[in-house]
Structure formats: C-alpha cells, structure tokens
Design a protein around this ligand. Structure first.
Ligand SMILES: NC(=O)c1ccc[n+]([C@@H]2O[C@H](COP(=O)([O-])OP(=O)(O)OC[C@H]3O[C@@H](n4cnc5c(N)ncnc54)[C@H](O)[C@@H]3O)[C@@H](O)[C@H]2O)c1
Length: 659
C-alpha cells in the first residue's frame, strides 16, 4: 500500500500485526493505576468502540494488558509502518490544501526526531498529547484526506467527533483539549479521565499541531536569558546560568545560553534525554560527577567561555555543590516538568532514575512525599545562592507553586507572594507581551530549505523597515529579533518541518504575513502555515505564567483566552484550539492557539489582516485594562492607527485617597 492509500484507509478492516515494544525509543512513564475494576471495563469498552466487533475478542486482552502495564491504552498495534514526519504538502492525499497542511503539522508533532514519546503520541512535557491512541490518529488523517473546504472537523481531546458541514471561511478544524467541568480539574482527574479515554492533556502546541521542535523555545529562552542578564546589569560573557531539564522544551536552555554567550549548566536525570540533546549538538559537554563539574565550571568562568554543560544527575546536587564550592551563579532557574509533579515531571534527589520510576508507579504516596522533600531541599539550596546575589526566576514550569505546596521556604514576607518572580512578571510581560510581542511562527509547507531561507530574508527586511520608525519603547525587541533572524540560518535551528519563529507585535506579524502571501502569489515560495505558541499576549490565561504580570485580580479568570479562540475562529483561522492544562498544570491554565494557511490568495490576505490584528490586540486591550502602562501605550498607538478600534481605557486612582 502507498502512503496515500494507508492514510485513506483510516482504521484498517483487517488487524495489522502486533507491534513489539521498542526499548530504543523514549517511552512515556507508566501512568499510575487509578481506575476501579468497573472503570477499567469502561475504559476497555471505550477503546473497543473504534473497532469492528469481529476484532473485539482479539483486542480486548491486548488493550487490557496495555492498561495494566502502561496505565493507558495506546493501541500500539495500530501504529502505522510508514515513517511519520512533515512531508512536502503535495505528498498528502486529498483535495483541500488546508487539510493537507494540517496533516503535515500533525505528522511533524509525531516525528521521532521531534516528539518526546512518539509511540505514546506525546510531543513534549511528558504528557503533551496529540492524540490518546493510534485509532484516533488514523481516523483524523482519513477525515482530513477526504474533507472539502466547506466542512469542519470537530476534535474532542484527540477524538475526532466527525466532519460537520460549515463554510469556506470557517476553521477547517476546531480542537478542544482537556475541557472539564471546572470542579474536575485536579491532577487525578486527568489521570482518571485520560485512562478512561475521554480526555487528554494537549499541553500547548502538542494538541494544537503547532510544535516546531525545540526552536520555538530556543528563541523564547534566548530572549529571556538576554533580558535576564540585562535585568542584573551584567553581560552574559563570563556569567553563569544554572538550570535543569534537557527534555522537550527544557533542552533548549543550553543552546540559548550559548547564543547569549554565557556558561550554562543544565542538570538532567534521564540519560536518554541527555544523550539526545548532546548528539543533536544542543549541549556541548556531559559531566557525571558533580565535583568534576564544579572544577570545569570554575575554569569556564575564569576563561569567559561560551559553553553549555549537561550534568548527568539531579539538579539539587548542583545547587548544593556550587554553594559549598563558592561558585557564584548569576542567573538561576528550573525547567523540570513540575506542571506534572507526581507522574514523572520531577525526580527527587537521593534516588536513581529507575528507583524513582518504580516508586512512582508502585508506591505513589511515598513518591509524592519524596518529591516534596526534594523540593524543600532544592529551595533551601537556591535560597543560599540568592542570599549571595543570584537572580532566580520561575520559568513557567510551576516551580514556585509546587515548592510552596511542598512547604518549602519560598513565600515572601507578606505570606501571599512568592519570594521570586516568574520570568513573565519581571521579563517577558513588561518587555514583550504588554507591547504585543509574542511567538509568531511559520512553516514552509513545500518542505524546501530554500523556501525557509527566502522567508527569513523577507521577514528580516520587513522588521528592519518597521524598525526605522518604531518608538524607542520597542527598539530593543526589534533589534533582538532582527539579530535572531539574521543568525537563524547559521544556528541550524530546524528539527522536523521547515519552520521559523520570531517575536513580533501586531504590526510585525501582519506585515510579515502580507509579504509572505505576496511572495506565494508571485510563485517565489510555496504555501506557508502561520501560527504561534500559546506563550503569548492574548491566547493564554495562566496566573503563574503568561498572565502573572496582571495585577488587577483578573489573572485567575479565563475570559481573554476564551474570547481569543472564539474571535480567531470567525476571523479566518484555518484551525483553532483551546486547552486546559498547558505548561503549568491541569486546572492551572486555559490556553488557545491557531493555525492559518497562506496560499497567496485574496481570501488569505483578508483573513490574515482580520485575524492577526485581533489575535494580538485582544490581549493588549486586557493588559491595558489591568493598568499595565506598557499595554496602555501599545493600545493607544493601535487606536491611532486603526480608527475602528475603540478600547475601554482605565482611570488611575490616587492611592492617597485610601489613607
Ligand atoms: N518557559 C517557557 O516558556 C516554557 C515553555 C514550555 C514549557 N515550559 C515548562 O517547562 C517544563 C519542562 O518542559 P519540557 O517540555 O522540557 O518537559 P520534559 O518533561 O520533556 O523535560 C523535563 C526534564 O526534566 C528532567 N528532570 C525532572 N526532574 C529532574 C531533577 N530533579 N533534576 C534534573 N532533571 C530533572 C526530566 O528527566 C525531563 O527530561 C514544563 O513544566 C513545561 O510546561 C516552560
């Protein structure tokens, strides 16, 4: 069967042969056993409803075994034999170009070179799922291969509910992930309802088909590290950045440190993750002995080297050893997956990786105690460094939140705030989001590296042009992103699809998209898919991350994210998605995303102007209403440019009135 025929057949009528478990692949940790025996039957019934009853007797023991062994039913047997990766768009079956673009993006999220646990359909973050099982994958690809441009595919947490009649300007796909009745958003609710096969954790770009490998996070992390050093008035050269995690997102930290020019130490307990990042050239050196690490770092600092070093072990050991050895850490952070602390996101100090995995599955209560004990020790060591001048920030992984829940000494003296800022409070919020700067990205659907090179050049010209008349408030962001795009080819950031990211505001995003659409119309490049991650101005309500610099109390509301996805959907997005969970944990955030296909047409031009304008200015308006002065500046500027925009502005109250 050809690739196209395999896609078109969906779930095969005859059972494919059983797939052996491949130990070479990085697999998802065994999920905790949470279902009662009645619920176990329900999970199995739920799984079997994808298949012809004639196969049920064969599949039942197999799925039952998967549930018992891995805590989930992945339906491994149905994993396709063809290679999954972002193919050039013309290789996908069907007649609807937008649907083909979606197939390309889905396959990119499941590419072995891109995905964290590809056989479990997890793209990043330990639980960021594209689908819950392989039957859903097969059905979705089939639906996309037959859809027309007057239909919309409806996705319920990985499950394709079906193709529904709509219209040409409607999104081709509408995705929801992990939407729960609010009282059912505790971590164990995810464990249970995911095991039942009725919901999934879509993270951000995993379940919205917009992951572009670690490049997205390299860019965000580079901007953060650069601005972090600016915050402490120090040049990166000769400075030290200590953090942890070499996984899906966190793996970008050493590369970003290298681009910024400092010494980076990144601890990682999973040797497979360390090996992947080292072999990809994302981290320069690996050291397994903490005292050797200490010597190496002293030498690197003395020689002002630009170097990134992976410590093959627990991050807590690094903080403690550097304290004992008097190594001054300039910037400190953490990117373990603390949004998912009890199921493999955070490994406690004092036990091996294997011991921890075993305890997690077989003695979850003791494991939880170990995690919390480790977090208390972790924070104690960080506090020792910050007392000596280290600037520590939470990197959007729920570190401060989980440390506070563990009873670590992490609260400020008022007992309400944390001792340390989140990177959004101090860096990204006021410097980027409030001005509308966020993670605009694109993918060249031809799969040609030369198309990406051309789009890089187009984007650079557009940004340089805008910069000439840009106000002083945004000059630094413009300069950083021009420098980034100029170095993008040389930094070899592509893993998977031919994709690029940069931070731009509404004007930048619209002008770059317009220039791409024109280049497509002229035939100099092929179709381009636009998107962003959810770590942005408007799409995400997340009180401990994206909206942590909102101080009017509304950071615990989710109106902005919901408005954003609704607004995007009727202004021309090709697909929209809304998720519970994201980077900081199930129940802790609502985030939305979009994808938009540019094909050089007038329709595409109309859509991009309408949707991108809204997609950025919705959030600026809300940030301005929250009295953020940078956002008030930005929204007033937009209102001047576009008389159709009329935003309610806040009045400031004189604090003396309260005395
Ligand atoms: N700041 C941002 O912009 C941003 C963006 C995306 C994700 N995140 C968050 O960052 C976190 C990491 O994301 P990811 O995709 O890299 O997750 P991941 O699970 O792929 O990687 C985390 C890594 O940390 C390692 N680890 C866990 N405990 C450790 C310990 N005590 N010492 C050393 N290593 C340890 C794990 O083995 C794992 O490889 C998540 O919580 C995610 O939501 C932040």
């Amino acid at each position: 069967m050809t690739f196209k025929e395999e896609i078109e057949q969906g779930i095969p009528s005859e059972l494919p042969s059983v797939k052996l478990f491949d130990p070479q692949i990085n697999h998802a940790p065994k999920r905790k056993k949470i279902l009662t025996s009645e619920e176990t039957k329900l999970a199995l019934r739920n799984a079997l409803r994808y298949f012809d009853p004639k196969h049920h007797a064969t599949l039942l023991p197999e799925f039952s075994d998967e549930l018992e062994q891995y805590g989930r039913i992945y339906m491994y047997r149905f994993r396709p034999d063809y290679k999954i990766y972002a193919r050039p768009i013309h290789e996908y079956p069907g007649t609807c170009e937008q649907a083909k673009a979606l197939m390309l993006m889905i396959q990119n999220n499941l590419d072995h070179a891109v995905a964290q646990h590809p056989h479990e359909l997890i793209t990043y973050g330990g639980n960021g799922a594209v689908f819950q099982n392989w039957a859903q994958y097969r059905l979705v690809m089939k639906y996309l291969s037959e859809m027309t441009d007057t239909q919309t595919l409806v996705m319920y947490s990985g499950h394709p509910m079906g193709l529904f009649p709509s219209h040409k300007d409607a999104p081709r796909v509408v995705v929801t992930n992990g939407m729960m009745i609010p009282n059912y958003s505790q971590p164990d609710d995810w464990e249970k309802f995911n095991a039942l096969g009725v919901t999934q954790y879509g993270q951000m770009t995993a379940g919205s088909y917009m992951y572009i490998g670690p490049q997205g996070i390299v860019h965000g992390t580079t901007i953060t590290v650069l601005n972090g050093f600016r915050k402490i008035n120090k040049k990166p050269k000769g400075g030290l950045f200590v953090t942890s995690g070499l996984g899906g997102m966190s793996g970008a930290q050493p590369k970003a440190g290298n681009i910024a020019g400092c010494v980076t130490v990144c601890a990682e307990v999973n040797q497979k993750a360390t090996h992947t990042r080292h072999s990809q050239g994302w981290v320069d050196e690996v050291i397994s002995d903490v005292s050797i690490l200490s010597h190496r770092v002293k030498k690197a600092l003395k020689n002002k080297e630009t170097v990134s070093i992976a410590y093959d072990g627990n991050i807590v050991e690094v903080w403690e050893q550097f304290d004992a050895d008097g190594i001054h850490i300039d910037l400190g952070s953490d990117q373990t997956s603390l949004h998912n602390p009890w199921a493999g996101g955070y490994y406690p100090v004092g036990m091996t990786y294997e011991e921890a995995n075993d305890m997690m599955a077989n003695d979850p209560d003791t494991f939880k105690e170990e995690v919390q004990k480790s977090l208390r020790r972790h924070v104690k060591a960080i506090n020792a460094h910050t007392a000596k001048g280290t600037y520590f920030f939470d990197y959007g992984n729920a570190f401060l939140l989980e440390a506070s829940r563990a009873g670590a000494e992490i609260m400020a003296s008022n007992g309400v705030d944390f001792k340390y800022p989140s990177y959004v409070q101090d860096i990204m919020g006021p410097m980027c989001f409030d001005y509308g700067f966020g993670p605009f990205r694109w993918v060249c659907a031809s799969g040609l590296a030369e198309d990406l090179e051309k789009t890089d050049a187009i984007a650079c010209t557009v940004l340089e042009d805008i910069r000439k008349d840009a106000p002083v408030e945004i000059q630094q962001q413009m300069a950083d992103n021009i420098q980034w795009i100029k170095g993008a080819q040389e930094n070899k950031l592509v893993v998977g699809s031919q994709a690029r990211i940069l931070y731009a505001d509404a004007e930048g995003r619209m002008k770059i998209a317009t220039a791409f659409n024109k280049a497509i119309e002229e035939g100099s490049i092929g179709i381009v898919i636009l998107g962003r991650d959810h770590h942005d101005v408007s799409g995400t309500d997340s009180p401990y991350r994206e909206t942590s610099n909102i101080y009017d109390g509304s950071s615990f509301t989710a109106d902005m994210a919901i408005h954003n996805v609704i607004g995007d959907s009727f202004r021309g997005a090709t697909w929209v998605s809304i998720h519970n969970g994201g980077g900081v944990g199930w129940g802790e955030v609502i985030n939305g995303g979009f994808g938009m296909v540019l094909d050089g047409s007038k329709d595409a031009q109309r859509r991009l102007e309408s949707m991108l304008f809204w997609d950025v200015n919705n959030g600026i308006a809300r940030r301005s209403w929250a009295r953020n002065k940078e956002a008030i500046f930005a929204i007033k500027r937009e209102m001047k440019k576009n008389p159709n925009l009329k935003v309610t502005l806040p009045n400031f109250v004189d604090d003396d009135l309260f005395n």
